[in-house]
Design a protein around this ligand. Structure first.
Ligand SMILES: C[S@@+](CC[C@H](N)C(=O)[O-])C[C@H]1O[C@@H](n2cnc3c(N)ncnc32)[C@H](O)[C@@H]1O
Length: 436
């Protein structure tokens, strides 16, 4: 039987429907693209899915304003098709009339031929009235920047002078950054391999192993990827290893380790480290750590367990270094995961903050005196970062905050932020505590 084939736009509508119904993009994307021919058609589907999620509330405001009456709930797919059409008209360089015609035709493959005319009419009207329609929607800053109101308010409160810059960075396409496996070759050598493969890249100014590609490519095009010469990891995430500064023979706990990006980097950087324990609460994610270790030729002790309950997995031997790469809102990595904006709720924050505080309190006793703990998140909100550290330090006499004299980021009383987009990096926070 011939393999079923789906075109990019139809697949995009289906994936968007699943995400907006509550599934995370990471969970549904690959499955949704399986029937789309590889190459240009898949690239278009990805572009449309990510683009519509980046601009969702703005596109929806423009659409709703153009419709004489709201669509019925059972025609939500036609509503998404309209967003797809508006996205192409507003953000892509495709000739708009061709994009409109191709988009309207998708109504047929969704089994709704009656909607071809509606989609055509709405999108053509938008093209005629573009400037006034956009200006009307953009009067509200939450719509203009396509963020939910609660998240906009949080950025404004945390960064009164820089919130606009953060929102704009969240809506930009992120770069693809590589981490060269320095156990195998150095950054300059890998840069040559990239050049030989026709790929151009630049060394990152702050992350010593990082190369940023001029244009993202599938990993299959990266020389030596399967052989473990290189991994994909944002430069901000690569800064953790410098802060860890693992001594020879030092035992390390990576408490929230999956999929193992930082575990593998620290093993590459510190070949003389002692045992490295990579722990994660999600057993299904441990396989990702194992795969990465195998591909890179590295070894760690991989454990499933809840880091807030060490009694269930800890063998009683202390650690010289602990990394807590805590679960968080992801407010620094929205450019890579635009679904966060529509799936997260303000009411999720208290539970995340409670876990972050529990992680710190539960793991502190596992650190040996003189040992160092690095606390990290991919969030730029103070509740999840410096406030967690400040309260912990106030209650814990043997916890001494270390000032980070790094050349990157924004210094706070406790720790440093990288604001999304600074030096091309994801938004991140790092804080370090010494056990006296
Ligand atoms: C930000 S991700 C870690 C990314 C990883 N460090 C890397 O660099 O590839 C956070 C991880 O924390 C894990 N996690 C959440 N709560 C946990 C807990 N109580 N104990 C251990 N791991 C936990 C999640 O399953 C998730 O894999």
């Amino acid at each position: 039987m011939a393999k079923a084939v789906t075109n990019a736009r139809t697949a995009a509508v289906k994936v968007l429907g699943r995400v907006l119904a509550g599934r995370s993009l990471g969970d549904v994307l690959e499955d949704g693209l399986r029937a789309v021919p590889a190459g240009a058609e898949q690239a278009l589907a990805r572009e449309l899915i990510y683009g519509v999620l980046r601009w969702y509330s703005r596109l929806a405001a423009v659409r709703d304003n153009l419709l004489a009456r709201p669509l019925k709930a059972r025609d939500a797919d036609i509503g998404l098709l309209l967003l797809l059409g508006l996205y192409q008209c507003i953000e892509l360089r495709t000739p708009p009339h061709a994009a409109v015609a191709a988009t309207a035709e998708v109504a047929r493959s969704l089994g709704k031929p009656w909607a071809v005319g509606l989609v055509n009419a709405v999108l053509r009207r938008f093209l005629r009235e573009r400037e006034t329609r956009l200006a009307a929607a953009d009067a509200d800053p939450a719509i203009r920047h396509a963020h939910p109101q609660w998240l906009l308010a949080r950025y404004q409160e945390a960064w009164p002078d820089r919130w606009q810059q953060l929102l704009e960075a969240n809506n930009r396409r992120p770069p693809m950054t590589l981490r060269v496996n320095r156990r195998r070759l150095d950054r300059a050598q890998y840069l040559e391999l990239l050049q030989d493969a026709g790929l151009s890249a630049t060394p990152h100014p702050y992350a010593a192993d990082a190369l940023t590609l001029a244009t993202p490519v599938p990993v299959t095009r990266l020389p030596g990827f399967d052989a473990g010469l290189v991994s994909v990891q944002d430069a901000a995430a690569q800064l953790a290893v410098d802060l860890l500064d693992v001594p020879e023979g030092g035992r390390v706990l990576d408490a929230c380790a999956a999929p193992g990006g930082k575990t593998c980097h620290l093993l590459e950087r510190y070949p003389a480290a002692g045992e490295v324990v990579a722990l994660d609460i999600a057993p299904e994610r441990l396989a990702r750590i194992e795969d990465n270790l195998r591909r890179l030729g590295l070894q760690a002790t991989v454990l499933a367990g809840d880091a807030t309950k060490p009694a269930s997995w800890w063998d009683g031997t202390g650690f010289e270094r602990i990394l807590i790469d805590a679960p968080c809102s992801g407010s620094g990595v929205i450019r890579r995961n635009p679904d966060i904006k529509w799936l997260r709720r303000d009411s999720d924050l208290p539970a995340l903050v409670a876990t972050q505080r529990q992680l710190l309190a539960a793991l502190w006793p596992l650190l040996v005196p003189g040992g160092k703990l690095v606390y990290a998140t991919c969030s730029v909100l103070p509740e999840e970062n410096e406030r967690v550290l400040a309260d912990f330090v106030a209650a814990q006499p043997d916890a001494q905050p270390l000032s980070l004299a790094q050349e990157w980021g924004v210094q706070q009383r406790y720790g440093r932020y990288i604001l999304t987009g600074d030096a091309g990096m994801d938004g991140f926070y790092y804080g370090c505590l010494l056990k006296t």
